[in-house]
Design a binder for this molecule. Sequence first.
Ligand code: NAD
Length: 496
Amino acid sequence: MENYLLYINGEFRESEDKQTFDAVNPANGEVIAKISSATVKDADAAVDAARKAFDSGVWSNLPGEERSRIIKQIVDKINENAKKLTELEVLDSGSTIRKAGEDVFLSAKSLNFFSKMASVDLNEDIAGLSKEGVSKNILRREPLGVCALITPWNFPLKMAIWKLGPALAAGNTVVLKPAMETSVTACELARIISETDMPKGVVNIITGPGSIIGTELVKNPKVDKVGFTGSTEVGKIIMRNAADNLKKITLECGGKSANIVLDDADMEMSVDGAIYAGFYHQGQCCEGGTRLLVHEKIYDEFTKKLKEKIEKMTIGDPMDKKTEVGPIINEKQFNIIMDYIKTGKEEGAEILTGGNKVGDKGYFIEPTVFVNCNNKMKISQEEIFGPVVVLIKFKDEDEAVEIANDSIYGLGGAVWSGSDERALKIAKRLRTGTVWINEYHLLSDRAPFGGYKQSGIGREFGMDGLKEYTETKHIHIDEIKDRTKKFWYGTVVPKD
Ligand code: NAD
């Protein structure tokens, strides 16, 4: 069995107190690896290594092309190890092999995008500001320094890459801390990075409890920025803990996105789309379409087809290529979801399909749809983070928009319609970071992703995502060399 170590300052080492934790396969409860559990001292050592590497300029002072070349080495090694990484992701996270395969492919693709961005000159010249108009003004985009990157368990490798890519491209040094539930591929990433020309100390990867080492990373004054993806609850704690030294933060948090099906939507496509939106990765997706809003005119036919199709889904071994629904990440999350199903029934919602545990091994739950719901119910307002969709009927577009926006979250959402024009009008009214029209989940390296309201702060991906890992500096060079020049201590005096 693999025993994964911490990766600090280019070296693999045990945690200071030699403690480990188990990586467990959610499909059968078997232990698949032992992982070092870092202490606060280890977290500080990782930050010190990143600080030293940043301050030495060993990474930030490299020409962008050189940073690009080294990041590309990681991309190539992810691709070379794609099969192994995919299988480990399945064993560690319960992702179906199709989802895990796609995650690994997209991780390499996103990192490749950021390797290219590393060589893009983001500095700009702006128009003269001097009164005589003879100054030169430069806007520089400089790295922030040391970034603590804290990631969740639902897209383990992909979330790590989404943060590492822009942070490294912009010239920062990092300490990555993956979720304890799914640390294996981050540990493999450490091994991959150790085989590249990445200078030591630039990337440090530590594993262990968020409440202890995550807190330390967020509070450590030598850290300049925290890039976090996870629950809104922990996002708020991070915001508070980062406040003491006013660290920069990017928070990608929870969601309860509305998936709106209009009366002119293609029936087959929108039913398939609703299933994909709500049940991809067993509903453990922050942007998932977990509130399904269906126009009253098509409601009966839609619900009938939805039930039929869901009941044909293949639930089981995530390593099997035919499997569409794998296990929930762990027992704790399984119990939370089953409690929500109970709450839904108590609130008066009815189960259209699903609602039950599947099998005796692992943590499998049937894809579940509640009908007869209203948007005030707990199951409609709270993020369940499992295969549970609430279906709400609406009578017109205004009502659909009102329901969609009646949420503390604003991360994703979709409109299904035969008319792009009609859908676009609704998309513009939704208070959410991404809206798909006749599509779901699809993200682009070039399009920023992030949340309105309590779904987060800041954006990932694209130029906006890269800029989140930079500080802007304005340099003003006054080109009047005349030493008799007068300075202006204010020239506008109000008239009497
Ligand atoms: P979580 O908030 O429990 O944990 C996320 C990470 O934070 C983990 O690495 C954890 O160890 C760490 N952590 C926990 N307590 C901490 C603390 N006090 N200080 C610092 N770090 C701490 O989230 P999770 O259960 O791993 O993931 C599920 C959540 O993530 C869902 O709410 C989901 O919506 C959200 N998510 C959001 C996005 C997005 O892009 N918006 C993407 C994926 C997941």
